[in-house]
Ligand binder design. Structure first.
Ligand SMILES: [Fe+2]
Length: 616
């Protein structure tokens, strides 16, 4: 029997560090470090993620054949130096602040990774360009043997966007856009200006957009960028300060939008809503133009997509609906965490020239449930150790019947099962679930369970076979990774009265817009996750049971965490989150806990828990 080849992909030292392990081309494990350290977007060397990848494969660092890093540090340093000299003497302070970390860590990645691997690694280090890592993460796990590839993010070394093709076991990038011209950074600049956190609040900006009107769209296109027909563009750098300061935009930008940046956590006004709507429209336009150009240049019918901008699911919905491609696959860990996986797959296919035979009915991402799992014994041991009161259900149908009934009775359920998700979305392994038919649910879950802003919408998980009854998903596309936004069908909408049509801003939250108000955004859209029997197992069966009881094939699915907290990883994380919030029920695989039956938690303990996570 020949020896297996193990390749470990790593992304770190910027944000969202992660490790991914593949064995003979099969994904064994992929994990974000933040899930272990409990620090959102943790950028440190992912020692916990690495060790858990190795544990999953039952190997030691000495068994690894390749360790591949998701970017080229020297090329990135070159970009930083060149940018500094181009803007000098401006940016001197920022330059001085950044240099120690480069000299200490970032320019010595092999040494640092050697340390993380206990000095036992004897194989070869590989460094791959950042956008090749993203492109590989989009193409190699996809179900296509050939596809056009688009990558869009903030920045890697120099590249901020690329277009290429994937053919069997090879990818080729043909067109690139370079720093400082970047769609990711443009969106982040507006994220910053509207008072949200860069590299994490982009999602909030997208969620805010439907409350506003795109009144600044023309201004943005006229003043801030020169957009070409092929989707490429040049930013007017007079307005952006990210090349030489820690902040994204300065005074000139403020003048353009008639006032200073919104202070974080201060009230959101109509201006921020309109800005959000405007930059979202511009982003969609750029995404669509790039998609059309990629289609024209490659002649392919399939498209794959990765990079942080691929998390803009409203834009993805537009590409699918209005773009020229027939099929579309997006890497669920589209940000930098997923680049660790792409880098590892690149070595296996492209560098080692191993054959690739995709199954066109199913990707190889395994529902993106690639993280750690915990046995019922481990869960029970933990629950016993903390004196929790729980009901153990060996019989799955009974458990599902009970939980479906609890949800129907408006209980909010923490749902923990199987392997943890890789990527930013909870997909039914570490989720909080609720009844979408309940009008109060969005407000209640936002304010009492997640402790987050009341305007933020929730997403539905829906049985795949009924998805197109409820949502307008073009070509009956599936959406197992919750990366597509689609309009709710007319038959489920509740038409607004003439009086209601005059309502604007967050007042719209009070208007019941559909028969499933918990997941219907103010523009009647929803970020859909389709749930199928093959990928989703017990979660699929829970939805089936809920449908059997109520006739409704969908549930609210939001990530199992509170604001600022990484998604829960272990039973202990889940138990702590359950205890510190107003969640009613916790399902830890076969164990069911009710809040009312638990020993009371002291207020000070709850506060300690809530305060350990910085607001994002
Ligand atoms: Fe990236």
């Amino acid at each position: 029997m020949s020896k297996s080849t193990y390749i470990l992909g790593i992304s770190c030292l910027y944000h969202d560090s992660a490790a991914a392990l593949i064995r003979d081309g099969k994904i064994v494990s992929a994990i974000q470090e933040e899930r272990y350290t409990r620090k959102k977007h943790d950028a440190q060397i992912p020692v916990h993620a690495i060790s858990n990848c190795l544990k999953e494969a039952a190997i030691s660092p000495g068994d690894l054949d390749y360790v591949v890093f998701y970017e080229k540090p020297f090329l990135k340093f070159d970009r930083i130096l060149e940018t500094y000299f181009a803007y000098a003497p401006r940016g001197f302070r920022q330059f001085l602040m950044g240099i120690p970390q480069w000299l200490k860590q970032k320019l010595h990645v092999p040494r640092e990774l050697d340390k993380a691997l206990n000095g036992e690694f004897k194989g070869r280090f590989v460094f791959l360009e950042h956008h090749k890592s993203h492109a590989a993460s989009a193409f190699f796990p996809s179900p296509f043997s050939q596809a056009a590839i688009i990558t869009l993010d903030g920045v890697g070394e120099w590249t901020t966007a690329s277009i290429g093709t994937g053919q069997d076991n090879q990818i080729k990038l043909k067109y690139e856009l370079h720093f400082p011209h970047s769609l990711g950074l443009l969106y982040s600049a507006f994220t910053y200006f509207t008072g949200f956190k860069v590299n994490s609040g982009e999602y909030k900006l997208m969620g805010l957009a439907p409350y506003g009107k795109p009144v600044y769209q023309d201004l943005i296109l006229k003043e801030l960028l020169d957009l070409k027909e092929d989707g490429s563009f040049r930013l007017n750098m007079d307005y952006f300060t990210y090349c030489y300061t820690q902040v994204m935009v300065g005074r000139k930008f403020e003048q353009l939008f008639s006032g200073p940046r919104r202070k974080p956590e201060s009230p959101i006004t109509q201006r921020e809503m309109d800005i959000a709507a405007s930059i979202q429209k511009v982003t969609e336009e750029i995404m669509l133009r790039i998609a059309r150009f990629a289609h024209k240049e490659t002649g392919m019918k399939n498209l794959v997509f990765a990079g942080g901008v691929a998390l803009n699911c409203v834009g993805n919905g537009r590409i699918l609906r209005d773009g020229p491609f027939e099929n579309f696959w997006i890497q669920p860990a589209a940000g930098d965490a997923g680049a660790a996986l792409g880098a590892a797959l690149f070595v296996h296919y492209q560098l080692l020239n191993n054959p690739r035979k995709p199954d066109e009915r199913m990707d190889t991402q395994s529902a993106s449930c690639l993280g750690p799992t915990y046995s019922n014994n481990e869960i029970r041991q933990f629950l016993d150790s903390v004196g929790a009161c729980y009901h153990y259900h060996e019989d799955e149908p009974k458990l599902l019947e009970q939980i479906a009934r609890d949800i129907e009775q408006n209980k909010v359920v923490g749902w923990f099962q199987g392997r943890m998700e890789f990527g930013p979305r909870a997909l039914g392994s570490r989720s909080i679930l609720g009844d979408a038919r309940n009008e109060q649910m969005q407000m209640r879950m936002n304010l009492k369970i997640k402790f987050r802003e009341s305007f933020r919408p929730f997403a539905p998980s829906i049985l795949l076979e009924q998805a197109s009854d409820y949502f307008e998903l073009p070509h009956d596309e599936e959406s197992p990774y919750m990366l597509l936004v689609a309009p709710l069908r007319d038959s489920y909408r509740i038409k607004m009265s003439e009086e209601q049509k005059k309502i604007s801003g967050f007042e719209l939250l009070k208007v019941k817009r559909s028969q499933v108000p918990g997941i219907t955004h103010v523009d009647y859209s929803a970020r859909v996750q389709t749930v199928d029997a093959v990928r989703h197992g017990r979660y699929y069966r829970l939805l089936q049971q809920f449908k059997k009881n109520t006739g409704c094939p969908l549930l609210i699915n939001t990530s199992f965490n509170i604001r600022g907290e990484p998604i829960v990883c272990s039973p202990e994380n889940a138990y702590n989150c359950f205890r510190s919030t107003n969640m009613d029920v916790l399902v830890l695989q076969d164990c069911v806990l009710y809040k009312a039956e638990q020993p009371e938690m002291k207020k000070v303990e709850i506060n300690d828990y809530l305060q350990q996570f910085k607001l994002d």
